[in-house]
Design a protein around this ligand. Structure first.
Ligand code: MGD
Ligand code: MGD
Ligand code: SF4
Ligand code: MO
Length: 754
C-alpha cells in the first residue's frame, strides 16, 4: 500500500491553539533567530548568505543543499544553522590574547570562541605562561620529529564530527594508518556507535534502512529516546506534513519533551500561526527501561497474534529464542524494569498491530547506556517482528547527530573499522594494504576514551573538547596533562587547549568545510552523499585544510615512496579513491557542483526484507534486560541538551521549556516527597562529584532527574561504557539529593534519607 497523501488546505485537527503564533506560550521565537543571525553576521553578510544559499548545512545530520532538501518542496532552514553561522564568518582573533593562558582560563568556552578564528600555528611549552606564534614549517617539523620517535601504539588521533566532511576523514585515517596506527576515532564513537554495532550484526547494514520521505504518510512513527524538535528541527516540518497525511506519532521517553508535543514551524503559515500537535501517544519509560518496555510490547504482540508471520519466516532467523525469552519474563518484572504498566504496553502493541507500515527512530536516549547495543537490538527485534523493513513507509532509523557523523566510520576514521565499515583483522588489513600499497596495522586501535587512559606520547585532536564531552572532566584534564605532545587543530579556541602540557602543545588553524579548496562532501542520516562547494569569501590567511596537513606530515616522516601513496592533488582525487576503496560510495567521484548528491543503497536498504547477510536473513537476538537497580533514596540521572550545539552552549535558558542551564528537571511528586520548592538550590552528589543545581519541575519519570551537559559531566562514571561499542553511559548514573552542600563523605545529609 502506498503512503497516505498529505491533505491539501488547512487541517485544524492538528492545531495546538487558536492563539496566533502561540503568543504568550513558553516556546522559542524562531523569527527573532533570523534577526539575531543578521546582527551577528553583519560584518560579513554577503558571505553568510552565500553559505546558506550554496553550502551544505554544518549543523545536524539531516542534510541540505543550500536551503533545500530532497524531502519537501519548501525551504529547509532552522535556528541551529543560524546560530552556527558565526563560526564561519568571524574574523581572526588577536594572538596577543594567547600570551597569557591564566587569563584565558577564567573565560567560559563561549567567551573563548567569541574571541575569533585561530589565525596562526601557535606553541606553548611546559612552564611558559602562554602561546607564541610559530611558522607552519616549524610546527610540522616539530610534530613530525616527535611522531617519528613515537611507537604507533603511543599516538592517538581524534576528530570531532562537527562539520567534518568525508574527504577529511578519509585522508586523515589513511595518513594515520600509513604511520602504522589504528588509534583513530571520531565523535561517532560517543554518539551512535551502539547503533552501528547492532545494525551491522543483525541486518548487515550500519545506517538507517529508510528515507525521510517514508515518515510522511506512513501509519506510525515512533521516537525512542530522541528529541528532534530541539536537535533536528526541520524534522518537525517533515512531521507536520506527516500529521497532515494522518500519520500517528509516538514518543517513548522519560520526559514529555514540550517541543515534541507541540511545535510551531516558522516557515509554514499554518503551523507558524496555530502550531502543530506532534505526539499522539506518549509512553513515559524509566531511564534505561526501553528493552523491558519493548519486551513487554513483544509479549503482547505474541499473545495477541499480531506478528508479521510471513516476514519472520522468510526473512529472519532466531525469532524462537526471542519469543521464548519474552514469554518467560513475568509482567511484574517487565513493569518494574520499564516503569510502564502492562496496560500501556498493550496500548503500544495495539498501535503497532494497526500499523501496516511504521518507522522506528531512535537517538541518544537509547545509545548512551552501558547496554546501548542491546537496546538498539531490542528496537530491531520489534521492527522485524512487525516486518518494518525494506519497503516504502517502513524502516529502522538511527537519527544521526552532527553533520559529519554518518561518514566518520564509513570513511574508516574509527578505531574499530577500516573504510567501508570493514572490521579490522589480519585479512582485511592485508586486503587494504594491497589496495593502498603499504602495510596496514591488523589490530583494532584504541577508542577515544581508551586513548586518554593509554599513556600516549602524542595526542592529536581535530576539534572537539574532551574537557566537556567526556565523563569526569577532572580526570580528562589529568589525562591530557600527562601527554608530552598535544596537537589541537581547530577553527577557534577551546578550553582543552589551555591545559598545561607535559612537554608542549601546538595549535594549528584549520579551515571550515566551506573554505576547503575544491569543496567536500557529507553523508546525511538518510545516507545521502551531498556535495558542498567551496564558498568564495574572506579567508583566514594561514588556516589549512586538515587533509592537506596530514599529507604533509606523512611527507616529512616517511620515505618518498610511501608519502606518494598519501598524496592527493585535490579533494576530487580523494573522492575518486573513496569510490574505489568503499564500493558503497561509488558515485562520489562524480560529485563536484552544488546540488550534486546520491543516496547510497537507494531509498530502502534490505529491499523486500532481503539483508546483505550471508544467508540474506536478519538476525533476531534475545537481549538481557538491564536491571540496574538504584539504591534506596537515589535518583537516576540523565544528561540532556538545552540551547547548545553539543559542548558549545548558546543560551543560559532553554527557550523550549524555560529551564536555566543549572536546572535539575524533577517530577512534582518527587518535589513533594522531598519537600523541595521550584527554584530552590540543591546539590546532586555521588561517588564521582557534586553539582549545585536549581529545582525545575518537569514531566520526567518520577525517581529520575535530568541535567544539562557539559555541566552535568562531573557526575558521570568515567568507567561505565558499553561492552562492544564502548560508548560512555552519559544517560546512566545515580545521584543523591542534598539540600545543603554535601560534606566529604558521600550520601550523608541526603534529602531523600530524611
Ligand atoms: N540544537 C542542537 N542540535 C543537535 C545537537 C545539539 O547539541 N544541539 N547535537 C547533535 C548531536 S551530535 C546529536 S547526537 C543529536 C542528539 O539528539 P538527541 O538524542 O535527541 O538528544 P539528547 O538530548 O541527548 O537526548 C534525547 C532524549 O533522550 C531521552 N532519554 C534519556 N534517557 C533515556 C532512556 O533511557 N530511554 C529513552 N527512551 N529516552 C531517554 C531524553 O529525555 C531526551 O529527550 O542532536 C544533534 N543536533
Ligand atoms: N554528558 C554528555 N556528554 C556527551 C553527550 C551527552 O548526551 N551527554 N553527547 C555526546 C555526543 S552525541 C557527541 S556527538 C559528542 C560531541 O563531541 P565532539 O564532536 O568531539 O564535540 P563538539 O562539542 O561538537 O566539539 C566542539 C568543538 O569543536 C571545535 N570545532 C567546531 N567546529 C569545528 C570545525 O569545523 N572544525 C574543527 N576542526 N573543529 C571545530 C571547537 O573547538 C568546538 O568547541 O559529545 C558527547 N558527549
Ligand atoms: S535541521 Fe539540521 S540540517 Fe536542517 S538546517 Fe537545521 S541543523 Fe541544518
Ligand atoms: Mo552526537
Amino acid at each position: 500500500m502506498a503512503l497516505k497523501a498529505v491533505k491539501k488546505g488547512w487541517s485544524p485537527e492538528t492545531w495546538v491553539s487558536l492563539r496566533p503564533f502561540g503568543l504568550g506560550l513558553q516556546k522559542p521565537n524562531n523569527f527573532f533567530e533570523v534577526f539575531r543571525a543578521l546582527a551577528e553576521n553583519a560584518d560579513n553578510l554577503e558571505y553568510a548568505w552565500r553559505i546558506l544559499q550554496d553550502g551544505v548545512c554544518d549543523g545536524c545530520a539531516l542534510g541540505t543543499s543550500g536551503l533545500r532538501d530532497w524531502t519537501i518542496e519548501g525551504i529547509h532552514l532552522c535556528n541551529i544553522r543560524l546560530r552556527l553561522l558565526r563560526l564561519n564568518t568571524m574574523g581572526p582573533l588577536d594572538i596577543e590574547q594567547l600570551a597569557d593562558v591564566e587569563r584565558l582560563r577564567s573565560k567560559s568556552s563561549a567567551e573563548l570562541r567569541a574571541l575569533g578564528r585561530l589565525p596562526y600555528p601557535m606553541r606553548r611549552r611546559r612552564g611558559e605562561p602562554g602561546f607564541t606564534r610559530i611558522s607552519w614549517d616549524e610546527a610540522l617539523d616539530r610534530i613530525a620529529w616527535k611522531l617519528c620517535k613515537t611507537p604507533p601504539e603511543k599516538m592517538g588521533f581524534y576528530l570531532t564530527s562537527r562539520g567534518t566532511p568525508n574527504e577529511t576523514y578519509y585522508v586523515v585515517q589513511k595518513a594515520v594508518r600509513a604511520l602504522g596506527s589504528n588509534n583513530i576515532d571520531n565523535a561517532a564513537r560517543i554518539c551512535h556507535s551502539p547503533s552501528t554495532v547492532a545494525l551491522k550484526a543483525s541486518l548487515g547494514v550500519a545506517a538507517t534502512t529508510c528515507s525521510y520521505r517514508d515518515l510522511i504518510g506512513t501509519d506510525l512513527v515512533v521516537f525512542f529516546g530522541s528529541n528532534p524538535a530541539v536537535n533536528q528541527p526541520v524534522m518537525m516540518k517533515y512531521l507536520y506534513y506527516a500529521k497532515k497525511a494522518g500519520t500517528r506519532v509516538v514518543c517513548v521517553n522519560p520526559y514529555l519533551e514540550p517541543a515534541m508535543q507541540h511545535y510551531w514551524i516558522p516557515s509554514d503559515p499554518e503551523s507558524a500561526l496555530f502550531g502543530t500537535r506532534i505526539t499522539d501517544h506518549f509512553f513515559r519509560v524509566q531511564p534505561g527501561g526501553d528493552s523491558a518496555f519493548i519486551a513487554g510490547t513483544l509479549k503482547h504482540l505474541i499473545e495477541q497474534d499480531c506478528l508479521h508471520h510471513s516476514f519472520i519466516a522468510e526473512h529472519t532467523r532466531g525469532f524462537e529464542e526471542v519469543k521464548a525469552q519474552v514469554l518467560a519474563t513475568s509482567w511484574e518484572e517487565l513493569e518494574q524494569l520499564s516503569g510502564v504498566s502492562r496496560a500501556e504496553m498493550l496500548e503500544f502493541a495495539l498501535l503497532l498491530a494497526k500499523a501496516e507500515k511504521a518507522v522506528l527512530v531512535w537517538s541518544m536516549g537509547i545509545t548512551q547506556h552501558a547496554s546501548g547495543e542491546d537496546t538498539v537490538q531490542s528496537i530491531i527485534n520489534l521492527g522485524l517482528a512487525r516486518g518494518y523493513l525494506g519497503r516504502e513507509g517502513s524502516g529502522l532509523m538511527p537519527i544521526r547527530g552532527h553533520s559529519g557523523v554518518q561518514g566518520g566510520a564509513e570513511m574508516g576514521a574509527y578505531a574499530s573499522v577500516f573504510p567501508g565499515g570493514v572490521p579490522i583483522n589480519p585479512e582485511t588489513a592485508a586486503a587494504l594494504a594491497q589496495q593502498w600499497g603499504f602495510p596496514v596495522p591488523p589490530q583494532p586501535g584504541l577508542t577515544v576514551t581508551e586513548m586518554l587512559e593509554g599513556s600516549l606520547e602524542v595526542l592529536w585532536s581535530v576539534g572537539g573538547n574532551f574537557l566537556e564531552t567526556l565523563p569526569n572532566p577532572a580526570q580528562a584534564e589529568a589525562h591530557l596533562a600527562q601527554v608530552p605532545l598535544r596537537v589541537h587543530q581547530d577553527i577557534v579556541l577551546s578550553s582543552q587547549m589551555l591545559v598545561e602540557p607535559a612537554e608542549e602543545v601546538i595549535l594549528l588553524p584549520t579551515t571550515t568545510r566551506y573554505e576547503i579548496p575544491g569543496g567536500c562532501t557529507e553523508t546525511s542520516t538518510e545516507r545521502r552523499v551531498i556535495f558542498s562547494p567551496e564558498i568564495p569569501g574572506p579567508r583566514i590567511a594561514e588556516a589549512r585544510w586538515e587533509g592537506q596537513v596530514f599529507q604533509e606530515i606523512v611527507a616529512r616522516m616517511c620515505k618518498p615512496e610511501l608519502s606518494q601513496k598519501v598524496r592527493f592533488a585535490d579533494t576530487a582525487a580523494v573522492r575518486s579513491e573513496i569510490a574505489q576503496v568503499v564500493p558503497l560510495y561509488d558515485g562520489i567521484q562524480h560529485l563536484g557542483q552544488k546540488g550534486d548528491a546520491f543516496q547510497y543503497g537507494g531509498p530502502h536498504l534490505c529491499p523486500d526484507g532481503v539483508c546483505p547477510t550471508p544467508d540474506g536473513r536478519a538476525q533476531f537476538r534475545p537481549v538481557k534486560l538491564p536491571a540496574n537497580p538504584v539504591p534506596e533514596g537515589a535518583f537516576r540521572l540523565v544528561t540532556r541538551r538545552g540551547k547548545q550545539f553539543n559542548s558549545m552552549v548558546h543560551e543560559a535558558t532553554d527557550p523550549i521549556n524555560g529551564a536555566p542551564r543549572d536546572a535539575v528537571l524533577m517530577d512534582v511528586s518527587d518535589l513533594q516527597k522531598l519537600g523541595l520548592k521550584p527554584g530552590q538550590r540543591i546539590w546532586l552528589h555521588n561517588a564521582f562529584g557534586t553539582l549545585p543545581v536549581t529545582v525545575f519541575p518537569a514531566d520526567v519519570f518520577p525517581g529520575s532527574v535530568q541535567v544539562h551537559w557539559p555541566e552535568g559531566n562531573v557526575l558521570l562514571d568515567p568507567k561505565l561504557r558499553s561492552r562492544q561499542a564502548k560508548i560512555p553511559a552519559y544517560k546512566e548514573v545515580y545521584v543523591y539529593i542534598h539540600t545543603q552542600p554535601p560534606p566529604q563523605s558521600p550520601h550523608s545529609n541526603a534529602a531523600a534519607a530524611g
